[in-house]
Design a protein around this ligand. Structure first.
Ligand SMILES: Nc1ncnc2c1ncn2[C@@H]1O[C@H](COP(=O)(O)OP(=O)(O)O)[C@@H](O)[C@H]1O
Ligand SMILES: [Mg+2]
Length: 350
């Protein structure tokens, strides 16, 4: 990464480069956060699909282009599709040497409010997810119809034509699996808590992983047999660990290895505390030897729709964090090349 790329990435102010047709051709990490949506969903899309607020901004952009001059708009309200509106100063500067592209910088001027609004965002994200869940549910039925119809059609087709119906079925199934992820995330059933041996839960997740996505990846279990039991919802915890093991499998190569380690740390000095101050001495670590978290998203991996993968919705860790917070547990990640650790810490069950 050269100096300018680094500066662009680190800039703590949302910035976009927009082409003459108002498509976003570049945005920095702050801009992603400002819109509350991942970069790849925004790139090459119309700016106004994602940057919402007063009309003054698109008008300012037109003026900057037609007069080929910088435009400053003060006290204008702007927001993303899943973020609250913020009063901002918007600077728009044509980049004449760069195909008539325009640089748009947004400076939120409600400093503190911006922070607190960002925190409230969880609620707004949840309602967006709620809507997503409803839509996902509604879309799944017609897609199931499409799959059935394509399969029926394929019975009367030649081998060559069947390729097309296979494609319809395959792609439709992909849609269904994405919708299922959205539905899972929106599920707000409270956990059914019972006393659980966490090693049984981990074993179940490893078994499912081995039959499914883990292939030949080596998964080593280093369990502390004296670990006390945990209050938890078995199905939800299996789902959470499966997501973590899946991410680890996707991060390592075929010769990579994953370690699942459990241990008890009752010492007061290193005690991890939960939100209401209780100690969290039971630890589970999922460790992989992959390339590690990308710097650009490391701080945001537990937020929904943050992903570095193609065709992935970035809902896995958001779901994990939602499940764990319903268990009064805590999750944190640390990462460097060759060693990424996701550590989950639980309170004692009594
Ligand atoms: N073990 C890991 N090693 C490296 N990066 C990881 C790991 N786990 C998660 N990540 C990063 O966090 C992002 C978000 O993960 P997740 O919420 O599960 O979404 P998804 O897997 O759909 O991308 C991933 O896209 C990846 O960049
Ligand atoms: Mg994932």
């Amino acid at each position: 990464m050269n100096l300018y790329e680094e500066l662009w990435k680190q800039l703590p102010i949302p910035a976009f480069v927009v082409d003459p047709l108002d498509n976003v051709i570049e945005l920095n990490v702050s801009a992603e956060q400002f819109l509350g949506i991942s970069r790849k969903l925004v790139l090459d899309q119309k700016m106004w699909k994602f940057l919402l607020g007063e009309n003054l901004i698109p008008e300012g952009l037109k003026r900057a282009r037609s007069k080929n001059t910088s435009v400053l708009i003060n006290d204008v309200s702007a927001y993303g599709r899943s973020t609250y509106d913020v009063v901002c100063s918007v600077h728009i500067c044509p980049l004449p040497s760069n195909n008539q592209n325009v640089l748009l910088i947004i400076i939120p001027i409600e400093g503190l409010e911006y922070q607190s609004k960002k925190m409230v965002r969880t609620t707004s994200t949840q309602s967006v997810i709620g809507m997503g869940e409803m839509l996902a549910h509604e879309i799944k039925n017609p897609v199931a119809g499409i799959i059935g119809a394509a399969q029926f059609l394929s019975m009367s087709l030649t081998a060559e034509e069947i390729e097309m119906t296979d494609l319809i079925v395959e792609e439709s199934k992909r849609i269904v699996s994405l919708l299922e992820q959205v539905e899972q995330f929106g599920d707000i059933t409270p956990p059914k808590l019972m006393s659980l041996n966490i090693h049984d839960v981990l074993d179940q997740s490893v078994k499912t992983a081995k039959f499914g996505f883990a292939g030949n990846i080596k998964i080593i279990r280093e369990y502390d047999p004296s670990l006390p039991s945990v209050w938890g919802d078995r199905d939800q915890l299996v789902q959470a660990f499966l997501n973590l093991v899946k991410n680890a499998c996707e991060a390592v190569d075929q010769n990579g290895q994953i370690i699942i380690r459990t241990f008890y740390d009752g010492s007061l000095q290193s005690a991890k505390l939960g939100l209401d101050g209780q100690r969290l001495p039971l630890h589970i670590e999922i460790i992989d030897d992959g390339a590690g978290l990308l710097d650009s998203i490391a701080k945001h991996i537990f937020e929904p729709f943050v992903s570095s993968k193609n065709n992935s919705k970035g809902l896995g860790l958001a779901l994990v964090s939602k499940i764990l917070s319903q268990h009064a547990a805590h999750i944190e990640a640390s990462s460097k090349l060759g060693k990424t650790i996701f550590r989950i810490s639980f309170p004692l069950s009594c």
